[in-house]
Ligand binder design. Structure first.
Ligand SMILES: [Zn+2]
Length: 140
């Protein structure tokens, strides 16, 4: 079975050590995720691809205990839905990224803990491919 990303251009895939694909402004240096074609700070269009650090620290988090509105949510609903963690991870002083967490258990998460990017199952598409998305997991 093929494993395909939930969307193109979000993270390097396939990859043993996937990275989020951001962009960096050549004029003012701001880093964005997802990648953007023009700078949200200075409006320059000199944005270039910038791979983000794989590790960061958990800045804030909560648990998503019911399916988010669809669209844009395209994951499991009804009996197939499982609560998941959602958080902001601060990547090496570059930016905070909002992302799914591999943990939804409050006892396993604490502010400031080190997190690492992972690619996790999300569902399947009409062609029978396994759809994968990115998430952050606690570093042991
Ligand atoms: Zn800029």
């Amino acid at each position: 079975m093929n494993r395909v990303p939930v969307a193109e251009g979000l993270f390097t895939w396939p990859a043993e050590e996937p990275q989020l694909i951001g962009s960096r402004c050549s004029s003012c240096g701001i880093v964005t995720f997802p990648a953007q074609g023009s700078c949200p700070r200075c409006a320059s269009t000199g944005m270039s691809e910038h791979l983000l650090p794989r590790r960061g620290r958990l800045w804030a988090w909560t648990t998503q205990s019911f399916p988010p509105p669809a669209p844009p949510y395209a994951g499991p609903v009804g009996e197939d839905f499982r609560p998941f963690g959602v958080g902001y991870v601060e990547l090496a002083g570059e930016l905070k990224v909002e992302a799914r967490l591999t943990e939804a258990d409050a006892d396993a998460l604490r502010i400031g803990m080190e997190m690492e990017l992972a690619v996790v199952p999300f569902g399947s598409d009409a062609a029978g491919n396994e759809v994968v998305t990115f998430a952050f997991r606690p570093v042991d």
